[in-house]
Design a protein. Structure first.
Length: 222
């Protein structure tokens, strides 16, 4: 079992309650992510779907889409099954999306706060896999935690985030759990990730939202 899988298996029971407190820009962050999915999308793949939070937002805006959720953590995905139990147009797969085959011909592939757990070489490989799994005109949307372009900005991001989440009412335990999850982070800058997306073949790769270390990146397959 990987360190990342262990961390998320352990913190699965409190993950949803924590997330709303630990992302100061929560509403705008997730809304911009869903805004970038093509209108009329019928096939959406959620990578690192966790408890199904992003998929639930996708469903609210794309009622006819089939959503396939992939995650390495069975406890996290069990919570997604519970959340989406009344939805017959979803499917679930416990798998490591970095190494598993991805479903093909997708209208959109989305991910939220997951890909930063991969090392940079694995990110580049994954972006190429995602590109290949999209239909022409399909879109990749990555709602991500990013590194600053300099060590000084990384340090500032962390200090600002701690100030914001404390002001938002996050408890010491919620902050401690988040810091525990962050020990396995391998964040990359916006600039590097956009370069890797373009190298994989994505056009119109851009950063559509950024607030401190939370960013939404997207690109399309021509």
């Amino acid at each position: 079992m990987s360190d990342t899988q262990t961390i998320f298996d352990i913190t699965a029971p409190t993950y949803d309650a924590d997330r709303a407190k630990l992302i100061p820009c929560f509403d705008a962050f997730y809304r911009r992510t869903t805004d970038l999915i093509p209108g009329g999308a019928k096939r959406v793949l959620d990578l690192g779907a966790g408890t199904g939070l992003l998929s639930a937002f996708v469903r609210s805006w794309y009622p006819d889409a089939h959503i396939h959720l992939m995650d390495i953590s069975e406890p996290m995905l069990e919570r997604a099954r519970t959340r989406l139990a009344a939805d017959s147009n979803v499917s679930f797969e416990v798998a490591d999306y970095a190494t598993a085959a991805l479903p093909q011909n997708q209208d959109a592939i989305v991910s939220a706060l997951s890909i930063h757990h991969l090392d940079h070489a694995a990110k580049k490989t994954l972006f190429a896999k995602i590109f290949a799994a999209l239909r022409p005109g399909g879109v990749f949307v990555n709602a991500e935690q990013v590194a600053g372009p300099t060590p000084a900005l990384n340090e500032f991001y962390q200090k600002l985030w701690l100030q914001q989440v404390r002001e938002a009412g996050a408890t010491p335990q919620q902050i401690a759990d988040s810091l525990y999850r962050q020990q396995d982070d391998r964040c990359a800058s916006v600039e590097d990730q956009l370069d890797w997306m373009r190298a994989a073949g994505f056009t119109d790769a851009d950063c559509w939202f950024k607030d401190n270390r939370f960013a939404v990146l997207a690109g399309s397959r021509p």
